[in-house]
Structure formats: structure tokens, C-alpha cells
Write a protein that binds this ligand. Structure first.
Ligand code: 5AD
Ligand code: SF4
Length: 420
């Protein structure tokens, strides 16, 4: 689902259209499903039509959320920075440009970087914020990733599995509320075999119209083919780190080249890719982060998905220090400059570090996608990737953004260039 934008009604014509003021300019726009407005009312609109009437207070909250940093004073910025921004606008950023940006520390330059990224977002995809719902349906995992609280060797975790019926019911309920993109996530849990996963996807798709990302880790290509045929549209499958050595240390028994091959193959199968890395892994350098961004681009990632390491108890990384939040904002901004049209996700780890204010800072640095946790409350605390995982039901966003009906599906398909 995409966040709609607020505007004030200037006048309502007899031609099924209204003139609205978005703050910067007046637009003529189709009334769509709205028929009870007059001049002075506040409304939400998409590129093509009005969605609904709202309170002025709600409109102000959305404006705040979509606030920007002031435009930088370009004359006072160092030459190297200006050169790099020029390369960004020509889409010719090199790896060394990215490393330079990751190493920035001066606060004026950082603000200029975020601001530039936000302008890039606005000029490429306007203020449309994509809303996803995630259902964490099993926390069993056969793997032992060094960073993750759900690793098999962590016996302190209370393990759970939702039943297939419960998963389907949770998904259908979400779509009823207006969600149109869902992520079905679990640890690597083979209890959910090919047949069960296919049946879950088919059951959901037979009951409602929704785009499904799978986030279930390694499966054979044959299985992924079956999931695709059953109706899965995307995969959320991170490469975690583009540094081979670091990857092997963090994911014992796995090698990076295999992960990358799988991502490429999934893309060939027609899956939409959401992938990325963890920021702040031990020994990670600016060069590694630059390579992470380049790898996301090379893979033609539709939804860059990355977040800071949150050191989790009962894992080998429990004693690691937390990365500075500015590193996360740099990653967002640099990814935006390198992939101007992508859907950069504000992830739970970012919110856990900084709560809702993290979300707004992320938008201001170029992010444009959010993920709300729809896992039923009784399981939520046990999906224990790390401590104090942030939770927000996203009610505020749902009020603004989740609207139903054929028009809303058409709009999403067009904007995201995906079939739902
Ligand atoms: N901190 C941040 N992100 C983590 N993940 C797992 N453990 C952590 C952690 N401690 C991320 C991984 C994985 C995703 C589901 O969660 O990137 O792909
Ligand atoms: Fe399992 Fe995923 Fe955690 Fe690795 S990151 S241990 S695969 S749940």
C-alpha cells in the first residue's frame, strides 16, 4: 500500500473534478470515490484521484512525517563533496565516491547528503511511502547465524509455529484492513515443507488479492519454482554482507557466492527482490558498505532492506557495540543516490535503535517504505531476533494509507510496476 498525500480543497467543479492545493501548487484532480467535500476541507489524494476526507490535524501529521532538511548551502560545501553529488546526479558514482560518503563525519556535509537523497526520492517517486505487513509465522531455525537470537543453538528461545490456518486467517484479516503487500517470514523451518508453503500461498491468494513476499531462507530452486507458481511474487532474502570472509564468519557452513547465485536465480524466476545487508558487523569497513550498496544495485533490488546490528544476548555477537545511527542514515541516503527509484525500507532494527523518530529520520534521508508487524500478539515477543524489538501496529499509517477498492489496486500496480 502506498501512503497518500494531504491537500486542501480549493474548489469542487461539476465535472467530477476538484482543484486542490498541495502547499506548493494547485492541481486539478478526479474526485474518485469522494463525494462529500467542499472548499476548505482536507483530503488525501494519489497521483490520479482523491481518496478520502480527513481532519486538518491528520494532514499536519503527514506533512511533519514528510518533512525535509533545508536545502544545503552548496557554496559552502567542500569541492570533493560537490563533485560526488554531481556524479550522483549523472548516475556515475564510483566505489571510491561511495567510500568517501560513508566516511563523512562533518554534520553540515551529512545533512547535505541526507537532503540530497531526500530530494532524489521526491523527484523520482514523490512522497509515496509503501506500506507492508509482516507475519512472522515460525521462529524455529536450523541455522546458526552469529548475529541472530533465533539461531538454533540459542535454547533460551521459546519456539512457536503458527498453524497454516492461522497464517491464512492473519493474512486475510490484514488484507481486509487494506494491506496489499505482505511478507511471510520465518526462520529456516523445514516443518513448513513445499506442500504446506504452497497451500498457504494458494489459500491466501484464493481468499484475497495481495502481493506476497516470502522470507523463509534457503530452499531448492525446484521449491522456489513451486512457490512462484502457487502465487508468491517476491522474496525478502538478504545477502547480509558482500564481504566473503565476513559472510562466512557470520553464517557458519554457508558461502556468499551461493547466496548471490540464488538471488540471481530467483530474479530470473520472476521474483521481485528485497535484499541487503547488516550494518555494523564486526570488522566491517566503509569499503564493505560501499560494496553492499553496489551489490544491491547489481542484483536490481526492488526493495533495499538493511539495518543496524542490534547485538543480541545468547549470540556470539552479544558483546559487540552498537553502530552509530548516522551510519544507517548514510546507508539509506547513499542507496537512494545509487538506486533513485527503489523502495528503501525502514526496518525494525532501525526503529529498535531509535523508535518512531528513527522512522522520520530515515524518510528524511531518502527511505520510503515501512513494514508493520502483523504477527499475532501471543507470538510476537518470541520472534526474538534481538532484545526490545520495536513494535508499532502502525495505526496512524493505516488510517492515512490503507484504502480499499479496485482503484487502489490499479494505482499500486501502476506505481510499483508489479501485478497483484
Ligand atoms: N541485528 C540486526 N539484524 C538482525 N538480523 C538477524 N539478527 C539481527 C540482529 N541481531 C536480520 C538478518 C536477517 C533478518 C531476518 O534479520 O539480516 O536476514
Ligand atoms: Fe535463522 Fe535467519 Fe536468524 Fe540466520 S538470520 S539464524 S537463517 S532466522
Amino acid at each position: 500500500m502506498c501512503l497518500t498525500l494531504p491537500a486542501k480543497v480549493v474548489s469542487v467543479g461539476k465535472n467530477g473534478k476538484a482543484i486542490i492545493s498541495s502547499g506548493t501548487k494547485d492541481l486539478e484532480i478526479s474526485l474518485g470515490p469522494v463525494n462529500d467535500i467542499e472548499a476548505g476541507d482536507w483530503v488525501l489524494y494519489t497521483n490520479e484521484f482523491l481518496v478520502k476526507k480527513i481532519d486538518e490535524q491528520d494532514a499536519r501529521e503527514i506533512f511533519d512525517l514528510l518533512a525535509s532538511y533545508p536545502k544545503p548551502d552548496y557554496d559552502n560545501l567542500e569541492d570533493k563533496f560537490k563533485k560526488v553529488l554531481e556524479s550522483a546526479s549523472r548516475q556515475t558514482l564510483t566505489k571510491s565516491d561511495l567510500e568517501y560518503l560513508f566516511q563523512l563525519e562533518d554534520s553540515a556535509l551529512l545533512q547535505a547528503l541526507y537532503s540530497e537523497a531526500n530530494i532524489t526520492r521526491k523527484s523520482n517517486i514523490k512522497d509515496h511511502i509503501c506500506i507492508h505487513g509482516i507475519i512472522e509465522f515460525s521462529n524455529y531455525c536450523r541455522n546458526n547465524c552469529a548475529y541472530c537470537g533465533l539461531r538454533a543453538d540459542n535454547h533460551e528461545v521459546k519456539r512457536y509455529r503458527m498453524s497454516p490456518e492461522e497464517i491464512v486467517a492473519t493474512a486475510v484479516q490484514a488484507v481486509d484492513r487494506g494491506y496489499k503487500i505482505l511478507v511471510l517470514q520465518s526462520g529456516e523451518d523445514l516443518w513448513f515443507d513445499e506442500e504446506k508453503i504452497c497451500q498457504i500461498i494458494k489459500d491466501i491468494k484464493s481468499k484475497c488479492r495481495v502481493f506476497i513476499y516470502l522470507s523463509i531462507g534457503d530452499r531448492s530452486f525446484a521449491e522456489y519454482e513451486k512457490f512462484r507458481q502457487a502465487g508468491a511474487g517476491g522474496v525478502l532474502y538478504r545477502f547480509e554482507s558482500s564481504n566473503e570472509k565476513l559472510y562466512a564468519e557470520m553464517r557458519p557452513g554457508h558461502i556468499l557466492s551461493e547466496r548471490i547465485n540464488i538471488l540471481k536465480k530467483l530474479k530470473e524466476m520472476g521474483y521481485v527482490l528485497a535484499t541487503g545487508s547488516i550494518i555494523g558487523l564486526p570488522g566491517q569497513t566503509a569499503s564493505d558498505l560501499a560494496n553492499d550498496v553496489l551489490l544491491m544495485k547489481e542484483l536490481d533490488t526492488f526493495m533495499p532492506s538493511f539495518g543496524p546490528l542490534i547485538p543480541s544476548k545468547n549470540t556470539p555477537l552479544a558483546g559487540e557495540s552498537k553502530v552509530d545511527f548516522s551510519m544507517v542514515l548514510k546507508m539509506i541516503a547513499i542507496s537512494r543516490l545509487v538506486m533513485p527509484k527503489s523502495r528503501i525500507s525502514v526496518t525494525t532494527a532501525m526503529e529498535t535503535m531509535r523508535s518512531t523518530d528513527g522512522r522520520q529520520s530515515a524518510f528524511m534521508a531518502g527511505a520510503n517504505s515501512v513494514m508493520f508487524n502483523l504477527t499475532p500478539a501471543k507470538y510476537r515477543d518470541d520472534y526474538y531476533i534481538y532484545e526490545n524489538k520495536f513494535f508499532d501496529a502502525g495505526e496512524k499509517y493505516e488510517k492515512w494509507a490503507l484504502f480499499k477498492g479496485e482503484l487502489s489496486y490499479q494505482m499500486m500496480e501502476k506505481e510499483l510496476n508489479i501485478e497483484i
